[in-house]
Ligand binder design. Structure first.
Ligand SMILES: [Zn+2]
Length: 733
């Protein structure tokens, strides 16, 4: 039996065992681990940076015991083994068998890491805290950042800017900022009152920071670490660790933050938990290169829009609809849903369909109001006529498809947001949630109960059978657990189970109607601007949902641009190829169509709605939508690149063509300029002649595309560039 720590030291003094060093190397890294008398030592050397990026390992776990909690801070009974291109550390932590496997593939300049925990005991183990990963000392005993690291930057990927950030706030830190500002754990509580900028979410202080990935820029290169798991709700956590001789950062590995991943809260005897994969990759350049590397990493795992992705441009009736705004100063008889018969009629919807056609849209999207009561998912035939007739008429008269908002159980049966909603009666009482004491929560329908899901699926399939082509899953937030053992879900019902249930619903629809597009709101935070699940989570699985939600930036799209929240979409696209859907209120736009073009450029699936009060702007919108449709393939399926937040490229390499969007996101007239190395857009034939909007876009030798244009405040410009036909033959005399 081998030991680490003080026990090992004592044994060594008795001459029991010498230190064992193991080394793995590839073109990117050199990993050296020694199982010595004072425990495990580790050095990870970054070959490009020419320095050690990790100088140790950290293991911590806090396990619930009868007296309270037991803290384990060392991996016991360690062993280190190398097989082929893998180095594996094994040991015991908090009663669990821990296996940490590092892979340095010979042909790939990266390092991969995965941790597995096995409960080999005869009782369940509950962890309250768990943390393992690389350690790098970054500051002295008094917290002064070490010489040579003061210019380093650490940036969260993809959300350098989150949709919930205050104006000017960025997740782009110097080490000094990382050490002096608290990290945070994101939480959601649907019982709290809604706030426009962050919904019902917020942050509590923590020494951890969570993101899908991180880029640590040192001089001219960046060490990136990306986390990937389709089974556990797990982010790449970066944590500060205060030690007697200084302050370190702990990164990679795995880390439990505020109770997630929840599988660690109860590990049954004989069972294992395979934590998410870490990919380490060092790139030349800063966080932008890190974002592209992360996007390629996600592409490799199937988290990328399909090659034939072609979502319909949608018109949302909501913004011009009288139903959405109906309210009362008193206590009228009947439910607010009853006003649909007057405010959500077929005639009104046809007025919206005519607008959809005039704005060159391809589908009419019906927001709340189409179903018999909110959340029933049963067609409101009383005021809309038979569904199939409605679908046929949309097609025949307006050339439109039909798209539906689907408010799921959490919203429909929310005790505050939908008091006494009659829609609840469209589901059996057996779908009601139970609390931890087994008490039935009357009218609170469990989003993960078979009783609810089976009916919801059946009703959605009926809509699809009549020709509906798009479903939005909304109101699907995590309700906070359910202990009803008749629901067919694990008890207690946790966050991961909720995501499984909602994405399973999408798989159910796709099993019969694979071409129906499904947008899934975040199944933890739903319509909140905050993102609670990783951007790729459950995307790309067989039959899964098709689109992420564009962070609720639909209500005040111009305000969100001015305040910076909408820039989150820009960073999202640099780091992720899972399409985002959003429908924006065009009434908020200005006379440069800035709103229209910003969201067209950053959402692969575009929806619009709302007639601008200024008829000239409304006319501009109709004209610009024609241009959008002409170039839509670039926005839907092009490779997205950013010269800056204000210059975006959408490249179709096979066509040797791209569209460029320019924005002036400031209150001053400015020259927007930048340069892009077209070699980065792999597949473009650069040895051709290109034409396009030459007033502001041009080409230089060495593969460069350049932009320079003086633009008025808060304005947009767009233009296409493409190679002309081959000229070699015709130029022969
Ligand atoms: Zn339940």
């Amino acid at each position: 039996m081998q030991h680490c720590g003080k026990v090992a030291l004592a044994l060594l003094m008795l001459g029991a065992r010498p230190a064992l060093g193991e080394t793995l190397t590839n073109t990117a890294y050199r990993l050296e681990v020694t199982n010595g008398p004072s425990g495990l030592t580790l050095a990870l050397r970054d070959q490009r940076m020419g320095m050690a990026v990790a100088d140790g390992l950290i293991y911590r776990a806090q396990r619930t015991v009868a007296e309270g909690a037991l803290l384990s801070r060392e991996l016991k009974s360690c062993s280190v083994a190398v097989t082929g291109d893998e180095l594996t550390i094994r040991g015991k932590l908090a009663g669990l068998d821990l296996e940490q496997r590092f892979t340095l593939p010979a042909g790939k300049p990266c390092l991969e890491e995965q941790i597995t925990l096995v409960n080999g005991t005869s009782e369940a183990i509950r962890l309250e805290e768990f943390e393992a990963g690389f350690r790098r000392r970054v500051a002295s005993m008094t917290g002064r950042v070490l010489a040579g690291l003061t210019e380093d930057r650490i940036v969260a990927l993809p959300f350098r800017k989150r949709p919930t950030d205050a104006e000017g706030e960025l997740h782009d830190y110097t080490l000094n900022q990382l050490l002096t500002q608290p990290g945070g754990a994101q939480r959601v509580n649907m019982e709290e009152s809604w706030q426009a900028d962050r919904g019902i979410s917020g942050y509590v202080p923590s020494r951890h920071r969570s993101a899908e990935g991180w880029a640590w820029t040192h001089r001219d290169s960046s060490l990136c670490v990306f986390k990937f798991s389709q089974d556990l709700l797990e982010f790449s956590a970066l944590s500060t660790v205060v030690e007697p001789d200084g302050v370190s950062l702990r990164f990679g590995g795995a880390c439990m933050v505020d109770g997630l991943p929840s599988r660690l809260l109860a590990i049954p005897p004989g069972r294992s938990v395979v934590l998410g994969l870490n990919r380490y990759q060092t790139v030349s350049g800063d966080y932008v290169e890190g974002l592209y590397a992360m996007r390629e990493f996600l592409d490799e795992r199937g988290c990328r829009f399909p090659a034939d992705y072609n979502p319909p441009a949608q018109w949302n009736e909501l913004y011009d609809s009288p139903f959405w705004d109906v309210d009362t100063p008193g206590k009228p008889d009947g439910n607010i849903d009853d006003t649909r018969a007057v405010l959500y009629t077929k005639a009104l919807m046809e007025t919206e369909a005519a607008k959809a056609r005039d704005y060159s849209c391809e589908s009419l999207y019906l927001d709340p109001g189409w179903d018999s009561n909110f959340g029933t998912l049963i067609w409101g035939e009383k005021w809309l006529g038979p569904r199939r007739e409605f679908v046929d008429r949309m097609k025949k008269e307006y050339g439109l498809g039909l798209s539906l908002h689907c408010p799921l159980a959490s919203w429909m049966s929310h005790p505050v947001m939908r008091t006494n909603n009659p829609g609840v009666r469209a589901y059996p009482e057996t779908s009601f949630r139970k609390d931890a004491e087994g008490k039935i929560l009357t009218n609170s329908i469990c989003c993960g109960s078979r009783q609810y899901l089976d009916l919801a699926l059946r009703r959605m399939l009926e809509s699809c059978a009549d020709g509906v082509g798009f479903l939005m899953f909304d109101g699907d937030w995590y309700q906070g657990g359910c202990w009803n053992r008749d629901h067919g879900h694990p008890v207690p019902y946790r966050e991961e189970d909720q995501v499984e249930a909602v994405s399973g619903l999408a798989q159910g629809v796709h099993a019969k109607y694979p071409r129906v597009l499904i947008e899934m709101h975040d199944p933890i935070g739903s319509g909140s601007p905050a993102k609670f699940t990783p951007v790729y989570y459950k995307y790309g699985l067989p039959g899964g949902f098709d689109e992420n939600w564009g962070f609720e930036l639909m209500w005040r799209p111009m305000h969100d641009l001015r305040a910076g929240a909408a820039k989150a979409l820009y960073y999202y696209n640099l780091g992720c190829n899972v399409p985002a859907y959003l429908h924006v209120d065009l009434r908020d736009d200005n006379d440069h169509a800035l709103v229209l073009w910003w969201y067209a450029s950053t959402c692969r699936h575009l929806g619009i709605g709302g007639t601008h009060p200024n008829p000239f702007v409304a006319e501009l919108h109709r004209r610009e939508m024609k241009r959008y449709r002409e170039w839509e393939r670039f926005f839907k399926r092009g490779e997205f690149f950013g010269i800056s937040e204000e210059i975006h490229l959408h490249v179709l390499p096979k066509e040797n063509a791209f569209v460029a969007n320019l924005f002036n996101l400031s209150s001053e007239t400015r020259v927007i300029r930048g340069e892009f190395d077209l070699r980065r857009a792999k597949g473009l034939d650069l040895n051709r002649y290109y034409i396009g909007a030459s007033r502001w876009g041009g080409f230089k030798k060495e593969g460069k595309f350049t932009v320079s244009l003086e633009m008025p405040p808060w304005s947009a410009e767009v233009g296409a560039f493409h190679a002309i036909e081959e000229t070699r033959e015709s130029s022969k005399p």
